[in-house]
Design a protein around this ligand. Structure first.
Ligand code: PGA
Length: 248
């Protein structure tokens, strides 16, 4: 399985920043055996599509839990496909925290995304207190059971993002990530059976160029979901390069 490296720009950037990113990206060499996805804010999707080379795929940071209708401010999965997206992140901890998204809603979004032809990147991860209380496996198992209810194993990626590692500069250690990825893969096997082996499990939470190589060297880590370090083309490219060599 080639490494999957996804940029989550969150609510950052500007049209001018897309141009700068693309220009810098033009001068870096990215190996073929790494899959790269950029998830900009919705309004920059077409700018990223136009500015970036075709081998860089496009994703969104969320989609609606409804197919269409009177849902002001929402964007449907079908619309994302029309905008050139092949991927969508659902259940990011910031959506769960600031928009009170439940596992049930996340599962609904993932189903709609898959129906539209998108690959759903379903995020799970425990909070600091839950890890300190030794509940991280239990919490993540429950999130997986709820968020994957009715979700197909094809066109599915699971992102393990411990909340305490997101945007804090404190990445999970390779050992912590490796252990949780193994646990997640076991949960997926229980949920889907042996075919679950094909579901990539990627890590997110303060992935930086300096830490990427040791994370990718872990057998159970199939890629990365990168926030802050993906805003700058050079650092995101370094992470992508580490992803390629880590799988060799
Ligand atoms: P971070 O964000 O890399 O800035 O920690 C990761 C994420 O939230 O997806």
């Amino acid at each position: 399985m080639s490494a999957l490296v996804i940029a989550n720009w969150k609510m950052n950037g500007a049209l001018s920043a897309v141009e700068v990113f693309a220009e810098t990206w033009g001068s870096v060499v990215i190996p073929n055996d790494v899959q790269i996805v950029i998830c900009p804010p919705y309004v920059y999707l077409s700018a990223v599509r136009e500015a970036m080379p075709r081998e860089v795929q496009l994703g969104a940071q969320d989609c609606a839990g409804h197919k269409a209708g009177a849902f002001t401010g929402e964007v449907a999965a079908d619309m994302l496909v029309e905008s050139g997206c092949a991927w969508v992140i659902v259940g990011h901890s910031e959506r769960r925290q600031y928009h009170a998204e439940t596992d049930e809603l996340v599962a609904q979004k993932a189903q709609l995304a898959q129906e539209a032809g998108l690959c759903a990147v379903v995020c799970v991860g425990e909070q600091l207190g839950q890890r300190e209380a030794g509940e991280h496996q239990q919490v993540v198992a429950a999130q997986l059971a709820g968020s994957l209810d009715g979700v197909d194993l094809k066109n599915l990626v699971v992102a393990y993002e411990p909340v305490w590692a997101i945007g804090t500069g404190h990445s999970a250690s390779p050992q912590q990530a490796e252990d949780m990825h193994r646990w997640i893969k076991d949960c997926l096997m229980k949920h889907y059976g042996a075919d679950a082996q094909q579901i990539p499990v990627i890590y997110g939470g303060s992935v930086k160029p300096e830490t990427a190589a040791e994370l990718f060297a872990c057998e159970t880590i199939d890629g990365a979901l990168v926030g802050g370090a993906s805003l700058e083309a050079t650092s995101f490219a370094e992470i992508a390069q580490a992803g390629a060599s880590g799988r060799n």
